[in-house]
Design a protein around this ligand. Structure first.
Ligand SMILES: [Zn+2]
Length: 296
């Protein structure tokens, strides 16, 4: 099924829900970074969570999620933003893309083991003013529960988060997720009903593999609730890197290091850690950066 994000409010039932199909997005993330199966599941859940949260952004420019732990993956980060034209652009990377673990006792990717004990860091950048940043200890390391714990603890929003990546020997078969949140003026019953729905929902990857599109995924969660303000967005891999940003990063190495690089290689490669795009700089261009540094 085509990648998409659908959101809606069930005002009478006191919750809002967003559902995403991210199969192609996770496939592309896997391909760009050469991720192991466990890294694919981890980065796939995280980028899906970022895309779901990014779809609800209003005056927020972008949302970044980072899990850092003492497991073999060390650090995985994902970011999403509304790119205009009804589209959410998302990107992700894993510090140790080849780190892999055997399936866990339940026969699922051992995401918790690969992440280990650590923290979830959430950053929201705004058009104006300081970014908001929150850090919580990882709850389970399975990503979805960690995001739900963050939303409850840091944003005081009772939420249900389901994220899934299904992969076989030939790669990603299905990926997607659902985030449902209790509306601000809803009562205790809305929270209880939300938790009951979450328990009753089959794994999202089962629904997607069975052919559900984003709207069907949302309706599976919403049940008989009346849906209002239904909105559909496109979602896809998008990176914010530019040659200018890479030049700024290179300039940060300092004049001595730039001169050394220019001397040792006729051409220097700089790779974006998020999308693996390669930017080439000739010795003359590096020397040009040194001149700019001197002027600054
Ligand atoms: Zn990039």
């Amino acid at each position: 099924m085509r990648d998409a994000i659908v959101s809606a409010s069930a005002t009478e039932d006191g919750f809002a829900v967003t559902a995403a199909i991210t199969t192609d997005l996770v496939r592309e993330t896997q391909r760009r970074h050469g991720l192991s199966p466990t890294a694919t599941a981890t980065a796939g859940r995280l980028i899906t969570g970022a895309a779901l949260m990014g779809a609800g952004l209003k005056d927020t420019l972008r949302i970044s999620l980072q899990v850092a732990g003492d497991g073999p993956l060390q650090r995985v980060a994902a970011e999403a933003r509304l790119t205009g034209g009804g589209r959410v652009g998302a990107r992700a990377y894993a510090k140790v893309p080849h780190a892999d673990l055997p399936l866990n006792a339940a026969g699922k990717f051992d995401v918790a083991g690969a992440v280990g004990a650590g923290t979830l860091h959430v950053t929201k950048a705004y058009e104006e003013g300081q970014p908001y940043s929150g850090v919580v200890p990882l709850h389970s390391g399975e990503i979805a529960e960690d995001l739900a714990a963050y939303l409850l603890k840091s944003e005081q929003i009772p939420s249900v988060v389901a994220l899934g990546v299904l992969a076989g020997p030939n790669g990603v078969v299905a990926a997607g997720g659902v985030i449902a949140q209790v509306l601000p003026d809803a009562d205790e019953r809305a929270v209880a009903a939300l938790e009951r729905r979450a328990r009753e929902l089959p794994p999202v990857t089962t629904l997607i593999a069975d052919g559900a599109d984003a709207r069907a995924l949302l309706e599976a969660f919403a049940g008989s609730a009346a849906l209002r303000s239904v909105r559909t967005l496109d979602v896809g891999f998008a990176c914010r890197c530019t040659r200018e940003k890479v030049e700024t990063a290179l300039a940060g190495l300092g004049a001595d290091e730039l001169r050394k690089m220019a001397r040792e290689n006729p051409e220097t490669e700089a790779t974006c850690e998020f999308c693996k795009s390669v930017y080439l700089f000739s010795s003359a261009e590096l020397a040009g950066l040194v001149t700019l540094l001197k002027k600054a």
